[in-house]
Design a protein around this ligand. Structure first.
Ligand code: NZQ
Ligand code: ZN
Length: 389
């Protein structure tokens, strides 16, 4: 295995009723003024908002509301949250939602303290966080990004047409409350796209060097099988606690740095999806679903042994006289079939793109990931976009 250092500072409280049981005590450890951050209002419909507000009020907290965080949060929204936190002298932030809320809160936790333009200093390029961001706690309401257990925050700069993520360990939430029952109300389309995001994070890690036997790849195979099985179960019965809890924890496991230890990681598909998102505001998991099979048809020959393992160990495809190449290809096609089965889009057209005119510009704006089995060029990314159209 390659050398690594591992740390994850987020304390997780997982399971049914964890918010009722622990939030009051956790709030007691922080100051009186809390910036309560959330999205477009799902938490008001499903009762989570009332439950949390009641606990915070009983704990004597003054609540400053920061609402309307959109999917694919923008830098403008981060600045709005930072102004609110500064003006109200908020002591800490409590984010309730999915990746968009959590990511926005992490950036706000920095911008509320730093005097610098945090886009220029920390998102346009990697920076050094030499200060303490505002403390952040999160309540997760949808499985997918795993943002609750890392310092990653993906922010869209609309003016520059750039969507980019950075992972600063100082932005790891101090605590994450994860009640799988909170995800029961997630619309099926979002549940499926979030689950595909989990699968994507695992694949982007698994399909990279080293190829020699390592613990990470074995864990990844188990996680991928679990996501496939439990997503099928949750589609059948959205209130299947076992399925929802497995999806929720798989989401964390995929992005809490554990499976990345000693791995190069690819994440080229994420680079491509992020720029598609910057130009079209498409849903993250849906964008990934369109791109992954096409990307893998381009690279599987360069990572043949791992794609063979994927076919056999994740999809249970038997060799039956197939060559390595045939077996590897069968694994990629099993992935493509699964995407259709769970009802995700398979073309950029289905994602809402009306014309392929802008694809070259989007392709040229994508970063080239250094860990891919096959180093992409902007021309090849353009080919992938055209084939995905
Ligand atoms: O706006 P609200 O009311 O929160 O509604 C959300 C939103 O409409 C809804 N939702 C969430 N929980 C719900 C619910 N609806 C009903 N009941 C519930 N319990 O679901 C919709 C999507 O939420 P969002 O937070 O946007 O989804 P997701 O968790 O997929 O986050 C996507 C964002 O995270 C970034 C993506 O690029 C995208 O911007 N990512 C963050 C990563 C990270 N920090 O590590 C890694 C990922 O690769 C990803 O790039
Ligand atoms: Zn993702």
């Amino acid at each position: 295995m390659n050398n690594f250092i591992f740390e994850n500072s987020t304390k997780v409280y997982f399971g049914k009723d964890c918010v009722k049981e622990y939030l009051s005590c956790l709030a007691g450890k922080h100051g009186d003024k809390v910036l309560l951050a959330y999205g477009s209002g799902s938490i008001k419909k499903n009762g989570i908002y009332d439950e949390v507000k009641d606990i915070l009020e009983k704990a004597g907290k003054e609540i400053i509301e920061f609402s309307g965080i959109m999917a694919n949060p923008t830098y403008e929204k981060v600045l709005e949250g930072a102004r609110l936190a500064k003006d109200s002298k908020a002591d800490w932030i409590l984010g309730i939602g999915g990746g968009s809320v959590m990511d926005c809160c992490k950036a706000v936790s920095m911008a509320a303290v730093s005097e610098k333009d945090i886009w220029d200093e920390y998102w346009a390029k990697p920076g050094v966080v030499d200060f303490e961001p505002l403390p952040l706690g999160v309540i997760v309401t949808v499985a997918g990004t795993g943002s609750e257990c890392n310092g990653g925050a993906v922010i869209t700069n609309e003016a520059l047409k750039v969507k980019t993520g950075r992972d600063y360990p100082k932005c790891n939430p101090e605590f994450a409350l994860m009640d799988p029952c909170y995800t029961y109300t997630v619309p099926q389309k979002q549940m499926v796209s979030g689950s595909f995001d989990i699968l994507s994070h695992i694949m982007e890690t698994y399909f990279s060097e080293p190829n020699e036997d390592n613990v990470s790849d074995d864990i990844s195979e188990a996680l991928m099988r679990s996501v496939i099985k439990n997503l099928r179960a949750a589609i059948k019965n959205p209130k299947d606690y076992t399925a929802r809890s497995n999806l929720m924890w798989a989401s964390t496991m995929a992005e809490n740095r554990i499976i990345k230890l000693g791995k190069k990681c690819d994440f080229e598909c994420h680079q491509m999806e992020h720029q598609l998102g910057a130009y079209t505001d498409c849903n993250h998991g849906c964008g990934l679903a369109v791109l992954h099979p096409v990307y893998y048809r381009h690279i599987y020959r360069d990572g043949l042994s791992k794609f063979v393992r994927f076919a056999e160990n994740v999809w249970g495809i038997s060799r039956d006289g197939k060559s390595d190449e045939e077996l590897a290809k069968a694994g990629v096609e099993a992935l493509a079939d699964f995407i259709k089965e769970i009802g995700l889009p398979t073309t950029l057209r289905e994602l809402g793109l009306e014309s392929d005119d802008g694809l070259k510009e989007i392709a040229e704006s994508c970063n080239i990931a250094p860990g891919s089995y096959k180093k992409m060029t902007h021309e090849e990314i353009y080919e992938i976009f055209k084939e995905s159209f």
